[in-house]
Design a protein around this ligand. Structure first.
Ligand SMILES: Cc1ncc(COP(=O)(O)O)c(C=O)c1O
Length: 389
């Protein structure tokens, strides 16, 4: 009989979720707005240290609205990493703007801040007070760093260059809730930040998102745009095109319960990372995720790089061998610049992203992963390496 399936990353609901859901149903507060939406927003604002939080029905919706309130306009350009889940890039297109793809760093696999600075300094010019891309002639209005896999981007150079060129910085913090950069929470490192609570995130509402900012007029506008831009809610007067992007009270009820255990989940994720680090440190050909000196990583999705020459098989063959042992893993995202809708968009010195994509494999790391199951994964990784060498 085959052993039980070890999933990559599944939700963990073991707090007050059911109690709060029952409260929604018993009070009939089940839809958009409601006491749990406000509570969830307040909890998130307090947790990251932002003045305002606006709940949305997905992280992608939060990103779309963040771009709009930050002033990104059609035909502008936004600098974004090539190695990311596609949502932030799609959000740029929803706003009518264009992505310019930036490389990742070889050490922490995050958007390369120094190449961002270099691109702005070497490939752009100032024209009428705006930064313009020399090649396309378009105005660059924002930088959208994505903190991938639980680890922050090196934000200081990005924030500094943005101040210098009067650009907005929107953090895609969807994968890194609970992470810190030089002691400051991810989410308050720039002008506005977005989170996601879909099913594979460190905490989940089933589906949902949040944007956080210190800028009150942006937060007010985000609330307005996410609720169909109602200028007179009694007479249904609308002066702008709005969106139906709000979170329901039912989803927020789950979010409030999940927020209560977030710090514990971060501890658990870091514990999982430590056990993998101990169990795999001496396996030749596996590069384990590193934490920068300025970073506090949540290790949200524990990912390794597989060097075929030294490990014996490549990342995809390893994925298949683990699947045969009922262990679920997943590669990182194919570089966005090669995806059909984005093939004609500009890239800047992409030298690392493709190798990371080729070699990366994310390992099981659910909050509920038992030590015995984790040992099964570690043993399998050791056996597969040895069997082929
Ligand atoms: C980096 C990144 N950005 C944005 C999103 C979008 O979040 P959602 O699925 O809530 O729309 C996700 C996750 O799905 C993500 O990983």
């Amino acid at each position: 009989m085959s052993e039980a399936m070890i999933p990559l990353s599944v939700p963990e609901m073991r707090g007050n979720e059911l109690t709060y859901l029952r409260e929604c149903i018993e009070t009939n507060w089940v839809s958009y707005v409601g006491p749990f939406v406000t509570r969830f927003e307040d909890q998130m604002a307090k947790y990251v240290g932002a003045r305002h939080a606006v709940a949305t029905n997905s992280g992608t919706a939060a990103l779309h609205i963040a771009l709009l309130v930050a002033g990104v306009e059609p035909d502008d350009e936004v600098l974004v990493p090539d190695l990311t889940f596609i949502a932030p890039v799609n959000a740029i297109r929803y706003a009518g703007a264009w992505p310019v793809f930036m490389d990742a760093t070889p050490d922490y696999w995050q958007m390369d801040a120094l190449k961002v600075v270099e691109f702005l300094e070497k490939e752009c010019r100032i024209d009428g007070g705006r930064v313009r891309n020399r090649k396309t002639g378009r105005a660059i209005t924002a930088i959208l760093p994505v903190h991938i896999l639980g680890h922050p981007v090196d934000m200081k150079p990005i924030v500094e260059v943005a101040r210098r060129y009067d650009l907005r910085v929107i953090e895609d913090a969807t994968e890194t809730l609970g992470g810190k950069y030089s002691g400051t929470m991810v989410g308050v490192l720039a002008d506005i930040a977005c989170f996601s609570f879909n099913g594979n995130k460190i905490i989940t509402t089933g589906g949902g998102g949040m944007l956080v900012t210190d800028n009150k007029s942006w937060a007010d506008r985000a609330r307005y745009l996410t609720t169909q831009a109602k200028d007179d809610p009694i007479e249904y007067v609308h002066h702008e095109v709005g969106y139906n992007y709000r979170l329901t009270n039912i989803q927020a009820a789950v979010g409030v319960a999940q927020m209560e255990v977030l710090d514990e989940y971060v501890r658990v994720k870091r514990g999982i990372a430590e056990r993998y680090a101990k169990g795999l440190a001496d396996v030749p050909g596996l590069t384990l995720p590193a934490e920068a000196p300025w970073a506090f990583s949540t290790f949200w999705l524990y990912t390794v790089l597989v060097d075929e020459a030294r490990y014996g098989v490549d990342s995809r063959a390893l994925q298949r061998a683990l699947a045969e042992r009922n262990i679920q893993t997943r590669p990182l995202w194919a570089p966005i610049h090669a995806q059909r809708p984005y093939r004609d968009c500009q890239t800047y010195r992409i030298e690392v992203t493709e190798r990371l994509y080729r070699d990366a494999l994310s390992l099981p790391c659910s909050v509920g992963l038992s030590q015995a199951d984790q040992q099964r994964v570690i043993d399998a990784l050791r056996e597969i390496a040895h069997s082929k060498s």
